[in-house]
Design a protein around this ligand. Structure first.
Ligand code: F6R
Length: 357
């Protein structure tokens, strides 16, 4: 039920603080620490390499999940687009574990990879929002997102739930190997939930940004470095699927290798600057596009902000920044679509779950 909300998408964006807190509760043990089914932790830690398989928004979550698992649990991870995996199957390691990320648990492209790797005798874990879904039933293990039903075609709360669950899985796998994180993940996820709440209360500001940058534009670019690049990919996907603006996400450093040719007077560039180690470089990229006439919208984080930034996120742990940085992008896409009279919850040509290959 969408209650007083005009659209499911807006309701689901607003549910993200609650979902994040619910995930912390669901994955908390009696001692207040985080916990994941022991069999799953053992399977992760028995793997010499993890293969994440997903599509669309779930693929974007996988790219960030790779960072969590590699940085914290020190297990190499490859992230693959499900539909490409079968033709371009990489040389598999000796003890692979496959992680399928799928909100619906019904994506045919992902299922076909699952069937293929089961035939090879490999183990699979599905991270899904839907208990009893095909990918959940057919995998060896399941981790649930606990995000509640996601009705809007454009995925929002499932994405941040995927990030939260992947972070917990990575942290618990690390603890299982005797590695420790430099911070308290439970506490930091709580700070993320609070930040999401602050962001959801800034809808007027997001609407103003949408109007300012996306009322009439034909195209838009999202740039970032490191995990901000991956958040940019998701921001671009959100914008294109519901507002039909041609949008692309690029790695800041890759711009000058071709894409910069597309910049014209007034082209909106959404630049994400939440990562201290690449802050100077991404700001250099913004200068490059501004000198070609682009209309920059810099979204930074408290502590890294500069005078010209259009929006500043509350301060959260740098490695978890995607969970908060995506929220303004979701809201901006929502308002851009609204102002362009698009059907926000049911964009043309799209279905909630893609059950054909
Ligand atoms: C984007 C979107 C799609 C899905 C993709 C995978 O907003 O909804 O890109 O993320 O079709 O779907 P699941 O996660 O159900 O496998």
């Amino acid at each position: 039920e969408k209650g007083t909300y005009p659209h499911y998408m807006l309701k689901e964006i607003d549910e993200q603080p609650l979902v994040t807190r619910r995930i912390i509760e669901k994955y908390r043990n009696e001692n207040g620490g985080l916990t994941v089914d022991e069999n799953i932790v053992n399977a992760v830690n028995a793997a010499d390499r993890i293969y994440i398989i997903a599509a669309g928004t779930s693929y974007h979550a996988g790219l960030i999940g790779k960072q969590f698992i590699e940085n914290w649990a020190k297990i190499p991870v490859e992230v693959h687009i499900a539909s490409e995996f079968s033709y371009n199957m990489p040389l598999l390691s000796e003890k692979p574990l496959f992680i399928f990320i799928s909100q619906s648990g019904e994506t045919a492209d992902s299922r076909s990879v699952l069937v293929q790797i089961k035939e090879l005798g490999h183990k699979a874990l599905t991270i899904t929002n839907v208990p009893g879904s095909t990918l959940s039933r057919e995998a060896d293990y399941t981790l649930l997102l606990h995000a509640g039903p996601e009705i809007a075609v454009a995925s929002t709360k499932a994405y941040t739930a995927q990030l939260a669950v992947l972070s917990i899985l990575a942290a618990v796998a690390a603890y299982g190997k005797g590695l420790s994180l430099e911070f308290d993940l439970t506490k930091e996820l709580g700070i993320v939930a609070n930040a999401m709440e602050v962001l959801c209360d800034q809808k007027e500001e997001m609407e103003a940004i949408a109007k300012e940058y996306f009322s009439t534009t034909r195209n838009a670019f999202f740039i970032g470095r490191s995990v901000d690049y991956y958040v940019g990919l998701e921001g671009a996907l959100k914008l294109k699927e519901i507002s039909y603006i041609q949008a692309e996400g690029f790695a800041g450093g890759e711009l000058k290798h071709g894409t910069i040719a597309l910049i014209e007077n007034g082209t909106p560039i959404i630049a994400l600057a939440t990562q201290e180690h690449v802050n100077l470089s991404i700001r250099g990229n913004v200068k490059e596009v501004v000198s070609r006439g682009a209309n920059p919208c810099i979204i930074s984080m408290k502590g890294l902000e500069e005078e010209d930034d259009r929006f500043v996120l509350p301060s959260i742990h740098e490695q978890l920044s995607p969970l908060a940085a995506v929220v303004p992008l979701q809201l901006i896409s929502y308002y851009a679509a609204l102002h362009r009279d698009c059907d926000v919850d049911k964009p043309r040509n799209l279905a909630k779950s893609v059950t054909v290959e």
